[in-house]
Design a protein around this ligand. Structure first.
Ligand code: AGP
Length: 586
């Protein structure tokens, strides 16, 4: 979940490293650090808190940097990366978890190594130092990596060979950025997108030697050279800038109309459609927000294709589903790096399943594990809280399912006009942001919230609750309004705020309003988010559309609501505590 960056080239590594690692701060923000080599000396600077530039006044053409999301050892300057060897000639940064670090640490202590931190990572610097006694840097690095059990993306530099960065990967993303004035390494393309849009991704058990003029990738076990294809990152680098918005989250919500237009223009590969039409089982897997997108798709699959697809938390796939060669997995992941989702994908492959992924980050691990990938094209999402990428996932899934429905002879285009007006409807919600802000300021005084709905908008309730709790740190729960009376209603009193997501017409509107009255009559506070005003409660009105499309129109409304509540309480909106943008650990 941490971020790694590195640079070797003609220019001053200090400012480049700062630019790169700053762009990865959303991957972890407990602490940070740099290691650079200048005049045959290693300089390390690290600190707790948000990333600041290197203060050292030396010139360097090589360096590595890290932003940390603590796993082993508390948040402290000592535990921040890079970690160094006893002789201070080697520096290492690492993402992931080294499971056997205690044994390795004890072995190294017995050999006389002195440790300065509580981290698992530090063993790597000492192991390289140990192997350097009888090997060159590359071989010492390779041998050190082969001792590790667990997951890692690692980069190392060595004072006596100041022309190269060595890198290795297992289960954690690691890329090389091919520049014109040097090369980059990073855990995420965002790090170097300002400098280059050409990238190479390492796969598990590969290591690389990156120099100013090139790179080589090899198999960790056999040392055989591996040819890789280049990935082009067609993202606008400015998307990683706030452009006048106070927070990335607000900027990214405001990008939803563009994201919807892009998603509506995606044409699906015939192979994807045929695969889905011929699969006897379809499972949608993901985590958090991406899982919620999959849950909506489950409803759309059953309604428009009469196909029983199942959406499941990726970690539960093998607990509850039969996965075999007749199965197609639709893996949904903004980052394409979520550990839990990747593990399920790998396991499903072993069982003979085919995998289609819906991913936002080009070249991410999920894209390389999939038989087919639908790239979301939503551009970089910096705020930890997923907003525009969720809306894009919804539109892509809806379009895909309607295309299948058409081929099955069920869909004749009756929603097409409404779908083409989704962009305007979202713009309308965004224009009404002051009304939403007012509600956020006037209500939302409690520490507990219930988001309630039914039918296709039930996953909207889950997602709205996730948004609120993620960035406000208040407890929120999404549930079926029908299920309220089966237990949760006992929580209702004047301190419980309930938010109902209600369609503008139809059976579910009547049913949900009836549940809303059950709350009102018990003294609960109620807010309705709906296209048609509900009497006796506070309303946020959104443009009317078919109930099945409402998840896409509700999303910006409850996302803005969560944003303004978090703003009111002065939260770190783009970087909520304890979180990171992609969860690359188990
Ligand atoms: C969303 O706001 C969260 N930050 C989180 O639930 C996220 O959706 C989840 O970790 C999955 O991430 P992914 O889409 O990158 O796989």
């Amino acid at each position: 979940m941490c971020g790694i960056a590195g640079y070797v080239g003609d220019y001053d590594a200090k400012s480049i490293l700062y630019e790169c690692i700053k762009r990865l701060e959303y991957r972890g923000y407990d602490s940070y650090g740099y290691a650079i080599i200048s005049s045959n000396k290693l300089f390390v600077e690290k600190n707790v808190g948000y990333i600041k530039p290197i203060s050292l006044n030396v010139r360097a053409n090589i360096g590595i940097a890290h932003t940390r999301w603590a796993t082993h050892g508390k948040v402290s300057k000592e535990n921040a990366h890079p970690h160094t060897s006893c002789n201070n000639l080697i520096a290492v940064v690492h993402n992931g978890i080294i499971k056997n670090f205690k044994e390795l640490r004890n072995e190294l202590i017995n050999k006389g190594h002195k440790f300065k931190s509580e981290t698992d990572t530090e063993v790597v610097a000492h192991l390289i130092e140990e192997y350097l006694k009888e090997n060159d840097f590359e071989e010492a690095f390779r041998k050190a990596i082969l001792k590790l059990k667990g997951s890692f993306a690692i980069a190392a530099i060595y004072v006596n060979q100041p022309d190269k960065i060595l890198i290795a990967r297992n289960e954690n993303p690691l890329l090389i950025g091919i520049g014109n004035f040097g090369n980059f390494i990073a855990s995420d393309v965002n790090a170097f997108i300002k400098y280059t849009k050409r990238a190479i991704a390492l796969d598990d058990f590969e290591y690389g030697i990156v120099t100013k003029n090139g790179f080589v990738i090899k198999d960790l076990y056999t040392k055989r050279k591996i040819k890789k294809s280049e990935i082009r990152i067609d993202w606008d680098e400015d998307l990683a800038l706030k452009e006048g918005y106070e927070h990335f989250m607000l900027k990214e919500i405001n990008e939803e109309p563009i994201v919807v237009s892009y998603a509506l223009n995606i044409n699906f590969d015939e192979n994807i459609l045929n695969l889905l039409l011929n699969s006897s089982k379809i499972y949608l897997i993901g985590a958090g927000t991406s899982l919620h997108a999959g849950m909506h798709a489950e409803y759309w699959f059953s309604k428009y294709c009469r196909i029983q697809a199942i959406a499941t938390d990726a970690t539960e796939l093998f607990e509850r589903c039969v996965v075999d060669k007749d199965t197609t997995i639709i893996a949904i992941s903004q980052s394409g790096e979520t550990y839990d989702t990747l593990v399920a994908m790998k396991e499903a492959k072993k069982h003979g399943a085919k995998i289609i992924s819906i991913v936002n980050v080009p070249g991410s691990t999920a894209t390389r594990l999939s038989d087919y990938t639908i790239l979301q094209g939503a551009g970089v999402e910096v705020a930890v809280c997923a907003t525009k990428t969720y809306v894009s996932q919804l539109v892509i899934l809806l379009k895909l399912i309607l295309e299948l429905s058409k081929r099955l002879g069920y869909y004749d285009g009756f929603l097409d006009e409404e779908i083409s007006s989704l962009k305007e409807k979202i713009e309308n919600v965004l224009r009404n942001c002051n009304d939403i802000r007012k509600v956020a300021n006037d209500m939302f005084k409690s520490k507990n919230y219930l988001f309630l709905s039914r039918g296709i908008n039930l996953p909207s309730a889950y997602e709205a609750a996730l948004k609120l709790k993620e960035i406000t740190y208040f407890h929120a729960e999404g549930m079926s309004s029908a299920m309220l009376k089966h237990g949760t209603i006992s929580l209702i009193d004047e301190n419980m705020e309930t938010i109902f997501l209600i369609p503008g017409s139809g059976r579910n509107r009547e049913r949900i309003i009836s549940n809303l009255h059950e709350v009102l009559s018990r003294g609960g506070k109620v807010l309705a988010i709906t296209p048609k005003e509900v009497k006796d409660v506070v309303n946020i009105i959104v443009p009317d559309t078919s109930e099945d499309l409402l998840p896409i129109v509700f999303a910006p409304a409850y996302q803005l609501l969560a944003y303004y509540v978090a703003y009111k309480y002065g939260r770190e909106i783009d970087k909520p505590r304890h979180l990171a943008k992609s969860v690359t650990v188990e």
